[in-house]
Design a protein around this ligand. Structure first.
Ligand code: SF4
Length: 582
């Protein structure tokens, strides 16, 4: 069974904003945080927020009250602002626009017809802005029951079904030929509905992931049903039945605007497991690649290649032992970290594939980790004091990183600290270690090793690890929000982050060229422009090409992206080796 995914998945901008605001307030821990009604229509996301400490507002006169994404009628807002509470308005900006439009039209003495569900919180809010001028219709037939009016305007609940707009607007125009028609269905919703229609042409079943009470998810499911395909509305994995997919060749997956990426990831994992159980040996290579990535073998190979490249840049010829040390050391560190983190509940939600892999092979992976760690230590003992220090230092960094409580630093400096400082320390450590192993000696001459070649090589390694850290963070942005950890993506926003990264790539390419021109780096530096800055330029274009899809669904192309991210290190090592040959 093939699985086709909608390009737009995960929270829509309005829901993401509301969730981010709430996570942010809960992380501050400065008093009770309440939601005025259900913040978003998605049960698993709400449960997560309740676990983190969110409470439903029951009229308390303290703490922070968050206005739900659907908005509130103005009189209820006024009551809130009159209380001794901090009001945090998470009303979606698009809903705000519609509220303003309703108020303007009502002020012009027009009858404001709102097409939507009368009991939906957004419509209740809109009716508050319309006052006595407001009327709600759910179907075209109900237009005939509306009272007479001189002038009317028709607008829509933001999550209505786009395909029904012509029908409803025609019914209004039939009665009021001069009626003003304002299709206020949100762009995010229109896009998702169009995608379901596109996907339906390529699949023989549809899975729509989202809340059972979510209006927009119901609209998506309706669009799916209208295509004639069997459409499953799935909120949790309990809603998936393997029997439903026995005869299915291609299943298309779309999700409602309030469906989280980790909820999608869980459903996808179940679907993938189903698909794998239907396939035979042809799947061997994809499973093999998956196992290599999840067990960090590719990451370790890549980083060890980078260490080899660094020493070649310094004019040294590293022995095979040097490569094997870094391979086993990095493998042990990555596996140790992942085994430790696999007990983390937030990661269970954010990356269920990885968690399932670690649960299934736990004992083998622990054995693999210990074997790798001892092999690295043995190689270090056979080689040089520097490698022993690197080996022990690596474990120290990992332990400190895992067990140190997060300091109360400004969010931006915390976000920069991880990829920046860690990468810097790694890079310097690798470079520092680079010279002694080539002489297989216990004596090394730091800091006299600190010449222009060493500095140039450390710059190359730092740039490569820095971009690696940033790219892996970009892919895991939603998971990091659940962790409550700030990242550059969440702080800077996508546009600024893209500009920042493109500037960084340009400086990196310039640095390599200038380093070569000044004689600080060998001609290898020019070759590294291709698998460093240029490679990452195209990788970034790919990652950001469908912003919603890339940002909100980290596991969607997770394996492919992880492979692409770490492959650049293998390419770097390969380029360096080829360069050394010729
Ligand atoms: Fe806002 Fe549209 Fe999302 Fe509703 S679906 S919260 S209107 S962005």
């Amino acid at each position: 069974m093939k699985i086709k995914l909608a390009r737009t998945l995960g929270y829509c901008p309005g829901v993401r904003r509301a969730m981010d605001m709430t996570f942010g307030l809960l992380a501050q821990r400065s008093g009770e945080v309440y939601s005025h009604g259900i913040l978003i229509h998605n049960q698993p996301s709400m449960e997560l927020l309740f676990q983190k400490g969110l409470r439903l507002w029951q009229g308390e006169n303290k703490g922070t009250v968050i206005v739900r994404a659907h908005g509130l009628p103005p009189d209820e807002l006024a009551v809130l602002y009159a209380l001794d509470v901090t009001v945090s308005d998470a009303t979606c900006p698009w809903v705000h626009l519609v509220q303003r439009l309703v108020a303007e039209q009502a002020a012009l003495k027009k009858m404001v017809i709102i097409w939507g569900q009368a009991n939906h919180p957004e419509v209740i809010g809109l009716m508050g802005y319309a006052g006595t001028a407001g009327r709600v219709v759910a179907t075209a037939e109900e237009v005939a029951d509306l009272p007479t009016a001189e002038e009317v305007v028709l607008l829509s609940q933001t999550t209505q079904n786009l395909a029904k707009w012509p029908e409803i607007s025609a019914a209004v125009r039939d009665r009021w030929p001069n009626a003003l028609l304002k299709n206020t269905i949100c762009e995010a919703i229109k896009l998702r509905q169009k995608e379901v229609l596109r996907l339906a042409k390529e699949a023989d079943a549809l899975v729509i992931i989202g809340g059972k009470t979510s209006g927009n998810t119901a609209s998506l499911a309706y669009v799916g049903h209208r295509t004639g395909l069997i459409t499953h509305l799935v909120e949790t994995i309990a809603d998936l039945s393997p029997d439903d997919f026995k005869e299915v060749k291609t299943v298309a997956v779309a999700a409602g605007a309030s469906t989280s990426s980790w909820q999608i990831a869980q459903i996808l994992q179940t679907l993938r497991t189903l698909a794998r159980s239907q396939e035979k040996l042809s799947d061997f290579w994809s499973r093999f690649l998956r196992a290599l990535i999840l067990s960090s073998v590719i990451a370790a190979l890549g980083l060890a290649s980078l260490a080899v490249c660094a020493s070649l840049l310094m004019g040294l010829k590293p022995p095979l032992l040097f490569f094997s040390f870094f391979f086993f050391q990095i493998l042990a560190l990555y596996l140790g970290r992942d085994i430790f983190q696999s007990r983390n509940q937030a990661l269970r939600l954010a990356d269920p594939d990885r968690i399932a892999f670690f649960a299934k092979y736990h004992n083998y992976l622990v054995l693999f980790t210990l074997t790798s760690a001892f092999t690295a230590l043995a190689v270090a003992l056979m080689t040089s004091l520097a490698l022993i220090i690197i080996s022990l230092g690596g474990w120290l960094i990992l332990t400190v990183h895992q067990f140190t409580p997060r300091p109360k630093q400004p969010a931006l400096s915390r976000a920069l600290a991880k990829p920046g400082l860690l990468a810097l320390s790694w890079a310097l450590a690798i470079i520092w270690a680079a010279q002694p192993p080539t002489t297989t000696s216990y004596s090394f001459s730091f800091p006299s090793n600190l010449n222009s070649a060493t500095l140039g090589a450390s710059g190359v390694v730092w740039a490569q690890i820095f971009i690696l850290a940033i790219l892996t963070e970009v892919l895991g942005v939603q998971g990091d929000r659940i962790f409550g950890r700030p990242t550059l993506s969440t702080i800077l926003g996508e546009v600024t982050l893209k500009r920042f990264l493109n500037t960084f790539l340009a400086i990196w390419a310039g640095g390599l060229t200038i380093g070569w021109a000044l004689g600080a780096l060998p001609s290898l530096a020019l070759g590294l422009i291709f698998n460093g800055p240029l490679y990452n330029y195209f990788l970034l274009k790919l990652i950001f090409s469908k912003p919603e899809r890339r940002k909100l669904n980290p596991t969607l192309d997770g394996f492919l992206f992880e492979a692409l991210i770490f492959s650049q290190l293998l390419l770097t090592g390969l380029t360096a080796l080829l360069w050394a040959q010729y």
